[in-house]
Ligand binder design. Structure first.
Ligand code: PMP
Length: 355
């Protein structure tokens, strides 16, 4: 830290993104990306747009929001597009949380929530997950705070039923409830169906996972137009051109070719079941997952040791050092070929350890 770094942010510990090593080609199962390329139309759409890069992008994302409206069944003014769901979350925290409505979220969840809280000087409280890593929804009933819940949760993959989400939203009418649905397309159930009923519900989504566009940075928020207008106030006070032209046009094409992505999600779900069964056979304990990853603990090999040994053998998974989850690794579900390599490498490691 230089002597110029502001005292205001003394406590800020930045988010640690998953590794994106460039030294060699890994079987990359560490950042929950899709193993499948974007759909065919995306390439053409992006190439045709290159000429227009001389012009600023459309801050309102009109074409994209019209297409989103068809897919999600709400009018365009119920939708905002941002640079990844991370940006939507940050903007929403700035807009809706403060000393009077601090943030609450589980102790084990997406690591960016406390960072966004810290950088925006928003007080926050972490509520412990149950012993089986589920979110006890009763902890959030009538808390009278700004709630943020990832559903399915990360890194556990556990899903909370919509009835529990609705109970939380209903019991906190004076606070915004933010549901982060980054992984909802892999077997969860979206709370978008509830936004017309509750003016305090904001659903956050992304094109990074099920729509194979992590590198393009496209996310969104869906909620009552008053909430969307508030988030727009923050967006227009930060960077109105937050969605670049190539990303916007790629997003439109992806939505036109939605069937392709739906099929990919079905494949990932099948591959997830295959992986769970193969890991179980190897003595792993796995949290039931509705996401494109599984959270797995070996009965025999320490979490960090397994992560490092796999890395040495060219397979990347994600290990977290937090005490409660340090025995686990989060493993992204890729193609069946990739999952087979993972299983083979774990067998090799076990062999080398004499297990
Ligand atoms: N929410 C959760 C729960 C995530 O795991 C991630 C991915 N790291 C994000 C949001 C952010 O996704 P993106 O900014 O790529 O849309």
């Amino acid at each position: 830290m230089s002597k110029f770094f502001t005292n205001r942010l003394n406590n800020l510990v930045p988010y640690t993104p998953g590794e994106q090593p460039q030294d060699k080609k890994y079987v990359k199962l560490n950042t929950n990306e899709s193993p499948f390329p974007p759909s065919k139309g995306v390439l053409d759409a992006v190439s045709n747009e290159v000429d227009n890069l001389k012009l600023y992008s459309d801050p309102e994302c009109v074409v994209l929001r019209d297409k989103m409206s068809e897919i999600y069944g709400v009018e365009p003014d119920w939708i905002i597009m941002n640079n990844g769901s991370d940006e939507t979350l940050n903007f929403a925290f700035i807009a809706f949380a403060d000393d009077n409505s601090p943030l609450v979220f589980p102790d084990i969840t997406y690591g960016f929530y406390p960072v966004f809280a810290e950088i925006n000087h928003i007080p926050y409280e972490e509520i412990p997950l149950s012993d089986d890593f589920s979110i006890n929804h009763e902890d959030y009933i009538g808390v009278n705070k700004t709630v943020v819940i990832a559903n399915p949760n990360a890194p556990t993959g556990k899903f909370m039923p919509l009835s529990h989400i609705e109970a939380i939203v209903k019991s906190n009418p004076d606070n915004v409830i933010i549901i982060d649905e980054a992984y909802v397309d892999f077997g969860g159930e979206s709370a978008v169906s509830l936004v017309k009923k509750y003016d305090n519900l904001l659903v956050v989504g992304t094109f990074s996972k099920s729509r194979s566009m992590a590198g393009a940075r496209l996310g969104f928020g869906i909620g009552n137009p008053n909430l969307i207008a508030d988030i727009n106030t923050i967006k227009y006070s930060t960077n109105p051109y937050n969605i670049n032209r190539l990303t916007a046009i790629a997003g439109v094409s992806a939505l036109v070719e939605q069937d392709y992505y739906d099929k990919n999600c079905e494949t990932i779900i099948k591959n997830r079941e295959w992986t769970v069964s193969a890991l179980t056979d190897l003595g792993f304990e796995i949290i039931p997952s509705k996401a494109n990853f599984v959270f797995a603990k070996s009965g025999e090999i320490e979490g960090e040791k397994l992560y490092l040994s796999l890395k040495e053998k060219g397979v990347l998974v994600r290990h977290f050092t937090k005490e409660r989850i340090k025995d686990y690794n989060r493993i992204t579900i890729g193609t069946l070929e990739q999952m087979q390599i993972l299983i083979d490498k774990i067998k090799e490691i076990k062999g080398e350890m004499g297990l």
